[in-house]
Design a protein around this ligand. Sequence first.
Ligand SMILES: [Zn+2]
Length: 230
Amino acid sequence: MPERNELLLRLSRFEKQFFPRYEKSYRRLVEEGQHPKTLFIGCSDSRIVPYALMDCGPGELFIARNVGNLVPPWDMSAGFHGTAAAIEFAVLQLKVQNIIVCGHSHCGAIRGLYDEPPPEATHLRAWLELARGAALPDGGSPGELRRVEQRSIVIQLERLMSYPMVARHVQEGKLFLHGWYYVIEDGQVLVLDADSGRFEPLQRQALAAPAAATPTEIDAGHWARFGSGA
Ligand SMILES: [Zn+2]
């Protein structure tokens, strides 16, 4: 079956081409253990490539991906809370210094707030409720969806602060939270500004090409308490 062959071919390329390039790094990371400084919470969307966005290699990012880059509430109930477990591991054991919540344009999860998944997708329908607070009443026009995608990032950051270990490390100045919005079609990441509560293009004074995107205002009332970022 050709699909299987394709998968095995790609695996072979990893073994023959990718791994040799990073072999020393991998061996060091095994001997010394991993010490990533950043937890990246991103959408499962196939168009998001965290290592490309961050220009980094093995050992540099601890990644938790799920549908919609959503953060469940701090919850002591029984259950299999995968994203919560990743946050606890990153903060308490790896002692990461940064948590990035990275949303993106054309997110199917945000679209799902207006165009609901089939009834059989019970877990998906429940999961998307974590973004419901970002929805705007005017519905799903492209411009509105962009705002909703960004508003959801702010909500997830606020929810991160409901994790006791996150709040504690932020208050102690050991941990900084970041909101990023990746515009897939532009190859541009807008960064949530702690002071203005807006998603702004990167300031690239040293580069020739000016940032082109228009900042989008976000009603992020509590953003300031996340700290100013690092
Ligand atoms: Zn998405």
